[in-house]
Design a protein around this ligand. Structure first.
Ligand code: SF4
Length: 259
């Protein structure tokens, strides 16, 4: 007998609401949850693909161990023994950094997936850690760490109330607003324009988002820091800096002006 289950898509920070159809434990349907106050029915192709992923014959449903060059089904005990036998000599011979760990989005968006990797990584003692973040959002973590003292303090724009949105090197029409935690970015941009707001995109490429912008500034690759320095220079020279309520929390304005 089929039933419906309301879930949050675990695949990115946009956290879209999903309405799943479950048939005897199998996912047979996935659509956007129109009543979700945040995503209002929006999902991207990844969210819609859950039935196909669930039914994929290549999906791992248990541990596999390679024996004589072939992957064979194994018990968890056999799998953990194989892991220990494989990793220990590598660590003993080359040190813990010789073991690389790759984490993906679903690790971060499930409770078990978020709890277990830190313990494993600490146990391994490796610094060779790679994630989707190191591919597509590390500059954000670095700048947040330098600005706010916490690499995970990611400021997100208030898309539903902003009048002028400046996107630098971001292409949310492709990324679906993941890091902004903004499902239905196209709809939110349409709403911004409809209320008289403007969108400026800084990107060397004429991306889908850039094509939608009121203004596309196609900087040469590697010159975005110069553009930002020029903007800071105008703000300082034309006395446009107004820190308002942020003033007690901001340091280094004088040094910036000198620079
Ligand atoms: S935008 Fe992100 S949260 Fe929404 S359906 Fe796609 S992968 Fe899932």
């Amino acid at each position: 007998m089929s039933r419906t289950a309301l879930r949050i898509c675990p695949l990115c920070e946009a956290t879209c609401g999903l309405t799943l159809t479950l048939d005897e434990g199998r996912v047979t349907g996935a659509r956007g949850d129109r009543d979700d106050v945040f995503s209002k029915g929006f999902i991207c192709p990844k969210g819609a693909a859950f039935p196909a992923v669930d039914a994929d014959p290549d999906r791992l449903r248990g541990p596999l161990v390679r024996v004589d060059g072939e992957l064979r089904e194994a018990s968890w005990e056999e799998a953990f023994d194989a892991v220990a036998a494989g990793i220990r000599p590598v660590v003993e011979r080359h040190g813990p950094d010789a073991v690389g760990v790759v984490l993906g989005n679903p690790n971060v968006h499930t409770v078990a997936g978020a709890l277990y990797p830190p313990v494993l990584i600490a146990g391994l003692g490796t610094r060779s850690l790679f994630t989707a973040s190191t591919v597509d959002q590390m500059p954000k973590h670095v700048s947040s760490g330098l600005l706010f003292g916490d690499a995970n303090a990611i400021p997100v724009p208030d898309l539903d109330r902003t009048d002028h949105l400046l996107l630098i090197g971001a292409n949310p029409l492709e990324s679906n607003g993941s890091l902004c935690t903004a499902p239905d970015f196209p709809g939110r941009l349409r709403a911004l324009r409809a209320r008289g707001g403007t969108l400026t995109v800084v990107d060397p490429r004429r991306t889908r988002t850039a094509r939608l912008a009121d203004r596309h500034i196609a900087v040469r690759p590697g010159t975005d820091a110069l553009l930002l320095a020029a903007m800071a220079s105008v703000l300082v020279e034309e006395h446009l800096v107004d820190l308002g309520d942020c003033a007690p929390h901001v340091q280094g304005i004088a040094e910036l002006a000198d620079a």
